[in-house]
Design a binder for this molecule. Sequence first.
Ligand code: K7E
Ligand code: RUQ
Ligand code: CUA
Length: 626
Amino acid sequence: DEDDGGLSLGLPGLTLDRRDFMKAGVAAGAMGSVAGCSALSGGGGSSGSQSTPSGSGASHVVEPGEHDEYYGFWSGGHSGELRVIGIPSMRELTRIPVFNTDCASGYGYTDGTQELLEEGGGYSWGDNHHPNLSETDGDYDGEYLYVNDKANGRIARVNLTYFETDAITDVPNMQAIHGCCVLSPDTKYVLGNGEFRAPLPNDGRDVKNPDNYTSLFVAVDPESMETQWQVKVDGNLDIVDTGKEGRWAIASCYNSEEATDIQGMTRDDRDNVKAFDIPAIEQAVENGEYEEVNGIPVVDGTQSSSLNQGDRPIVKYVPTPKSPHCVEVGPNGDYAFIAGKLSPTVTMLDLNKLPEVSDPAEAVAGRPRVGLGPLHTTFDGNGHAYTSLFIDSQVAKWDIQAAVEADEGSEEPIIEKQDVHYNPGHIQALEAMTTDPDGEWLVSLNKLSKDRFLPVGPIMPDNDQLIHIGQGEESMELVADHPAYPEPHDCVFAHKDKIDAKKVYDKADYDQTYITEEDSGVERTGENSVHVKMTTKRSEFGLPDFTVQAGDEVKLSTTNIEGVQDIIHGVAIPEHDINYAVAPQDTREVTFTADDPGVYWIYCTYFCSALHLEMRSRMIVEPAEE
Ligand code: K7E
Ligand code: RUQ
Ligand code: CUA
């Protein structure tokens, strides 16, 4: 019963835990029983667990003046934005608008960002789930972050020098890009999974015949952000991750039934996982073995395709129980971990065996029983996997090697379970997607918070919980509750030393014209157009006023000539729907029509000095001469 999912499983769940922990104690010896103790005393989680827990001494408090150790990049779901959160403090450091508009920064209001959103499809929102950091040699290189838009089938890129969205690709032929990852180890592609089956092309043909719908897998070039090729498959595609060697992309499928309703989609006990052989696909594209749809080469990766008959099929279909959700590849690249969702198991696919076996089912290396509703798995780099259990509202920690040795469906590999509140989706440990995870902290992104926070009307925040995991030898410890506005799905953490954020703009990094104080002025560029240039600094605009004629198209260019970190000026124009931020040494432009005669006070929206309120200019719009 859905409605029961959080509360009842969170509280009476303790009895269940006790039983599980006893089992775990037997399986894992001393370590397990230590884990059991701590979870029994602290796992129920009261407000007391928000302070530093006694015992491990793990503190997530970052004192005033000190910095967090890690950047956390959170997807914002259907808010369209990303959020940057410091770890371990869990403080929100900033937000990065991506698919949404943002009136604080002016994203979507200034000329460049409006164009970016327009060329990226012209939608006012998106649904981002999976943030991915660019990699070099299997490690985060701090250059870019890539994220999907499930709603409109898009992939966006964020420049991590300036923490700004710099590209949005509206991928042809695809509606829902859900799974999204980069091809390890060197970000050769950004890969996306088409979750919803639809006619190809979706131009009105076959609308009533779901048998002719299809699901696509896409590769986008990380530099040009252009769509390179697509592969059409049987069933659908949910989540994707890649091996560490640049060959395999493993994607889950929960609708092998190719149904259009929930009864149909959940009918079969087995769905599948698809292993995309990237070099084999590239070869097919090179050989011209594709059909071009809307300018994109689409390779046939369905089971009956001739490209799947030889000894090097481009897609291997691995039967998997049951409506599986996430795929995550472990740090050393040996196994892909596929969470069973409607099956209480995680399937481990041996990526080293995969090329050798003719029946891909033989590449299944283990299938531990982890608990009810397994969705996502993460790693501490010390041989442990942690799987979120949506229905049980728990995180299960288990031993990877023990799971290979144990029988299928065995609970023996389970070391410990930690209650979370409530109903976790993704969980993520520090740098877990690199070849060398850091352990120490894990965040459980819980879909429901229910009673954990003061009620704020019927729509409650999610609850992102911080769990101390140490290096994996200690028991898990719930350390903090952190409310999240709808709706994070996933997050990724990079050590602060891997991100090199600039504090002021570097003119070399953008192509706008830099405006000096001497440049400030009004230039008539046409019968009905003017270009206004002005600087901003504490605490004045480069022009105390400027005059235009009603009906003029006004292009306003502003450069913030400050050279100091954190002195931002805002440019707000009342009754013209304009407000944007200009960072030190940056130039931003807006173009608008001054329709109505009158006086409009332009003012600075960022509090910049004691004379911030006086930082104003006047736009005088004269009645047009007839
Ligand atoms: Cu599980 Cu979109 Cu990664 Cu949500 S997905 S939880
Ligand atoms: S004013 S300091 Cu409206 Cu109180 Cu801003
Ligand atoms: Cu400039 Cu306030």
